[in-house]
Design a protein around this ligand. Sequence first.
Ligand SMILES: *Cc1c(COP(=O)(O)O)cnc(C)c1O
Length: 238
Amino acid sequence: MTISQRLKQVRSRIHHAEQTAGRPAGSVCLMAVSKTQPPAAVAAAYRAGQRHFGENYLQEAIAKQRCLSNYRVTWHFIGPVQSNKTQIIASRFSWVHSVGRMKIARRLNQQRPFDLGPLNICLQINIDGEESKSGMSIEQLPELADEISSLPNLRLRGLMAIPAIREDTPSASAPFRKMRNAFHNLVTKGYCLDTLSMGMSNDLEVAITEGSTIVRIGTSIFGPRRISQPAPADPNTV
Ligand SMILES: *Cc1c(COP(=O)(O)O)cnc(C)c1O
């Protein structure tokens, strides 16, 4: 199947999930996660109408952005943010979904080029408390949301999570529901938020049922990820 056909399939899954959940058509935005995929794959999706793309690895993302500088792509950074990379991230992306620490937020705020306008931010919640994943706990959320919303070059848009993999639908909905509650608690306190970034290839339907506004889809659009080959060993040192 071509990327264009896969995209159509994903759009129809989203449309169905919106209908089933009684949500308006078009209320969920589709982000194509293009990590490990070549620029040609992004270009193919773009020609099929896709505009939002997500990347996890900075070097790879920058190289792709250079190749695709004529395309009007909205770039989202969704990978772990190291503090020595914040300057590049702040100048090359429209969104960062993976802000989990105040230090990172402060640096992004300081380094965001003024002429680009505020950088859109989602706070990443480690919703299942997994060692292997970054993000803050729900308990930390009120304090960080408060501080971040005072930073003039950031615009706090909402929350993001990558739940642990679960076998069945009833248990899969639990972390998304927790996210939705955390989101509503902030809105009730007066924060102006519009984004719940949750749902991937395997769980977009559950995420949409629980209120996701942007799903991050890689495999279902591009197929399996391409693992980059390690550099060949230097024959002189073997
Ligand atoms: C890779 C990745 C995705 C996409 O995952 P698929 O299962 O391939 O759809 C979404 N979000 C984040 C943060 C990712 O790292």
